[in-house]
Design a protein around this ligand. Structure first.
Ligand SMILES: *[C@@H]1O[C@H](CO)[C@@H](O)[C@H](O)[C@H]1NC(C)=O
Ligand SMILES: *[C@@H]1O[C@H](CO)[C@@H](O)[C@H](O)[C@H]1NC(C)=O
Ligand SMILES: *[C@@H]1O[C@H](CO)[C@@H](O)[C@H](O)[C@H]1NC(C)=O
Ligand SMILES: *[C@@H]1O[C@H](CO)[C@@H](O)[C@H](O)[C@H]1NC(C)=O
Ligand SMILES: *[C@@H]1O[C@H](CO)[C@@H](O)[C@H](O)[C@H]1NC(C)=O
Ligand SMILES: *[C@@H]1O[C@H](CO)[C@@H](O)[C@H](O)[C@H]1NC(C)=O
Ligand SMILES: *[C@@H]1O[C@H](CO)[C@@H](O)[C@H](O)[C@H]1NC(C)=O
Length: 426
């Protein structure tokens, strides 16, 4: 790899063009491309006044460095945050970065979020990446949301004039993003959120927050397509992964989840004009001690019609999960909503395959669909869920009847293939 400072690059290109001027035009172009691609423009936050392990706020230095990186005429840029602690935020890393096609943000350090809540926009991000093509965020560093001081101010369930706390890493309108090998701890709200992203790949992430921290969802995805998350460890106080409205072609694989609320589709149908969810695959995941395993939830009394279809949940291990498989179409967490009106979100083509392990509640499979629009084409294939019990098999053999797990269904006729423990609904 080649390292350059601005301008120098052009000298290099001209030099090559001069050397090869006798060769053909095609070769000439090849050479030019090669020089361009192997040339990386480095931007280090230390060159802009940031100092590691210095208690001051470094937001200004980071913004100045970003400005330089994004406006670079190089196609390939490395933005470097070295080892050490840096207090920053909120930060907005916005594009378009016109001439940059690959922008690698290498975080080796430990970034700490500002604890002054007045600095953040409601529903914004601590660190927001927006309208960038070809971003890679990596380096093994940590994003520390310092959420503990903010969680007491999470009062949106009781105060309608509330301010939403910031998401740690928010990605908006991004194309071709890779997030690899980073940690996120104690977000104030969600850890990672994607909004209107295309071609997003997240892997080897380590996401942690206490099990009683409010709304600290690991990864939330909305209005995005071609999204792939894999090989990650997520332990939070809310959903490990939540898949909101308007998503298509989403793949979630090899995730270890727990504690937390499991992997959720939804909640859907809260707002008017929501877009459909289609083409979701959740595969090879392990849930441990979570309140839900796989959950699909839609609001009762949804204001508009929408649908969620073609969703596959395959090879999922449940370890002491309260509701391993749950469809809840009358989701209504606040007493104010009229929950007797059925949900208008249509659920169809849902496949649960090879789901095994233990349930900490007796109803291991709950399929409660909308009275207004029953679920269609729901398949359960090879489901084996036993009751988990702190006393293990001993208690089970003493009272088998009491220990049996069951299914509960409303407004759905599921199709059953292979092993079924609990037994199907009649
Ligand atoms: C730029 O990124 C694309 C994919 O995102 C990759 O195929 C290509 O090799 C990268 N180019 C450089 C110079 O890193
Ligand atoms: C981007 O590239 C174009 C064409 O090569 C050039 O005219 C323009 O000045 C460059 N912009 C920046 C910010 O370097
Ligand atoms: C991302 O790709 C879409 C579709 O190609 C395009 O409309 C959009 O402008 C792109 N976003 C950016 C930041 O270039
Ligand atoms: C909710 O939290 C905000 C601070 O984010 C505070 O100003 C407001 O008074 C709180 N409301 C209630 C009802 O506690
Ligand atoms: C994940 O992060 C937590 C908290 O920082 C840490 O205790 C744990 O060792 C990390 N796990 C991995 C696999 O890196
Ligand atoms: C269902 O989703 C999968 C995975 O995203 C996709 O490959 C497949 O083409 C979709 N099937 C239909 C009928 O849309
Ligand atoms: C299973 O989870 C329940 C709470 O959901 C907990 O009380 C119990 O101790 C857990 N059992 C095991 C064996 O971890």
């Amino acid at each position: 790899m080649y390292i350059k400072m601005e301008n120098f690059c052009y000298l290099k290109i001209f030099f090559f063009i001069f050397i090869i001027s006798s060769s053909s035009e095609a070769e000439n172009m090849n050479m030019r491309n090669r020089v361009d691609k192997s040339t990386v423009f480095l931007v280090n936050v230390l060159s802009f006044g940031a100092r590691a392990n210095d208690q001051r706020d470094h937001t200004k230095a980071f913004v100045a460095a970003w400005d330089k990186a994004c406006k670079s005429s190089s196609s390939s840029v490395h933005f470097i945050i070295p080892r050490g602690e840096f207090s920053v935020g909120p930060l907005r890393f916005s594009g378009p970065c016109t001439n940059v096609t690959n922008l690698t943000v290498q975080v080796k350090g430990h970034l700490k979020a500002s604890t002054d809540l007045s600095k953040y926009r409601s529903g914004g991000g601590w660190i927001e990446f927006g309208w960038i093509n070809g971003l890679t965020l990596t380096g093994g560093g940590t994003f520390d949301g310092q959420g503990a001081l903010a969680w007491p101010f999470n009062n949106c369930t009781s105060d309608s004039n509330c301010k939403l706390l910031p998401t740690s890493l928010k990605f908006v309108g991004m194309n071709r993003t890779v997030v690899r090998r980073i940690s996120s701890v104690n977000s104030k709200f969600f850890h990672i959120a994607l909004v209107e992203c295309r071609d997003f790949k997240g892997t080897r992430l380590n996401i942690t927050a206490p099990s009683d921290s409010p709304n600290t969802d690991g990864i939330h995805i909305e209005r995005s397509s071609n999204v792939y998350f894999s090989r990650s460890h997520i332990a939070t106080g809310d959903d490990c992964v939540s898949i909101g409205q308007g998503n298509s072609q989403i793949t979630i694989t090899s995730i270890k989840c727990g504690p937390g609320h499991g992997i959720s589709v939804g909640s859907l149908g809260k707002y008017p004009n929501e877009k459909d969810v289609k083409g979701l695959v959740v595969r090879d995941c392990k849930m441990s001690g979570t309140t839900n395993g796989i959950r699909i939830k839609t609001w009762a009394n949804s204001p508009g019609l929408s649908a969620a279809t073609n969703m596959t949940f395959e090879n999922i291990i449940m370890n002491n999960v309260t509701n391993p498989i749950i469809i809840d179409q009358s989701y209504c967490p606040f007493s104010s909503c009229a929950s007797n009106v059925p949900s208008k979100v249509k659920l169809s083509e849902i496949y649960f395959k090879n789901i095994r392990g233990t349930s900490s509640s007796r109803v291991a499979v709950q399929l409660h669909c909308s009275r207004g629009i029953p679920c269609k084409k729901v398949y359960l294939e090879n489901v084996h869920l036993d009751l988990s019990s702190s006393e293990g098999g001993r208690k089970q053999s003493r009272n088998r009847e009491y220990e049996a797990v069951s299914s509960s269904c409303r407004n759905v006729r599921a199709n059953y293939i292979g092993t079924q423990i609990p037994p199907p609904c009649h």
